[in-house]
Ligand binder design. Structure first.
Ligand SMILES: Cc1cc2nc3c(=O)[nH]c(=O)nc-3n(C[C@H](O)[C@H](O)[C@H](O)COP(=O)(O)O)c2cc1C
Length: 172
C-alpha cells in the first residue's frame, strides 16, 4: 500500500478540522493510513519542512484569507516543487468566499474561485495535481460575514474520491 501524508496550513482551525474529517473517511472507508502534519505547529519545528520522500500520495490543505494563501502552504509547495511533480498530489483550500458561492449554488462563481485559489497558483509553479477542491470555511472575529459555510457532504464526498484514486490508482 502506498503511503499518504496530509499537510495543512491553518489560521483559525477550519482547515485542520476539514483535514481530520478527510483522514477519518480515508481510514474508515478505505483503510488508508494518513499521517497528519500541521505546517504551523509552533511546538514542532520539524513540521515546517516535513520529509515527503517516503510518501507517494500528498494531500495538502491551505487556508485562504485576506486574499491570499496561508504562507506556510505556499512555502511547502515552493520547497517541494520538484518532488511534488512525481507524486500524486491532492489539494484543497478553505475559502469562505468559495463556500458562500457553493452554498448559494452560484457554480460559475464557485468554479472561478476554485481556479483562482488552486489552479492559478499551481500552474504558475508548474505543479501538476490529481484532484483539487475548494471548501468553505469559518469566518471568525469581527468579520462582516461570520459563521461556518463548510458543506460536510462535499468534504466527505471528495475524501471518497481521493480514497478511490489512492486505492485503485484510478484517475479523475
Ligand atoms: C479576517 C478574515 C479574512 C478573510 N478573507 C478571506 C478572503 O479573502 N477570501 C476568502 O475566500 N475567505 C476569506 N476568509 C474566510 C476564510 O477562508 C475562513 O475563515 C477559513 O476558515 C480560513 O481557514 P482556517 O480557519 O483554516 O484558517 C477570511 C476570514 C477572516 C476571518
Amino acid at each position: 500500500m502506498s503511503k499518504t501524508i496530509l499537510v495543512y496550513a491553518t489560521r483559525w482551525g477550519a482547515t485542520e478540522e476539514t483535514a481530520q474529517e478527510i483522514k477519518k473517511v480515508l481510514s474508515e472507508n478505505h483503510n488508508i493510513k494518513v499521517d497528519l502534519v500541521n505546517l504551523k505547529d509552533k511546538k514542532k519545528k520539524e513540521n515546517r519542512n516535513p520529509d515527503i520522500s517516503p510518501y507517494e500520495n500528498i494531500i495538502i490543505g491551505i487556508s485562504v484569507a485576506k486574499f491570499r494563501w496561508a504562507k506556510e502552504g505556499k512555502k511547502f509547495l515552493k520547497k517541494n516543487k520538484k518532488a511534488l511533480s512525481k507524486k500524486k498530489l491532492f489539494i484543497f483550500v478553505s475559502s469562505g468566499g468559495a463556500g458562500s458561492a457553493y452554498q448559494q449554488k452560484n457554480l460559475e462563481e464557485y468554479e472561478r474561485l476554485q481556479k483562482k485559489w488552486i489552479d492559478n497558483n499551481l500552474d504558475k509553479w508548474g505543479i501538476p495535481f490529481t484532484s483539487r477542491k475548494a471548501f468553505g470555511g469559518r469566518y471568525v472575529g469581527n468579520h462582516s460575514h461570520l459563521g461556518d459555510n463548510r458543506d460536510w457532504d462535499q468534504i466527505r464526498s471528495w475524501a471518497e474520491e481521493v480514497g478511490g484514486i489512492i486505492s485503485n490508482g484510478a484517475e479523475v
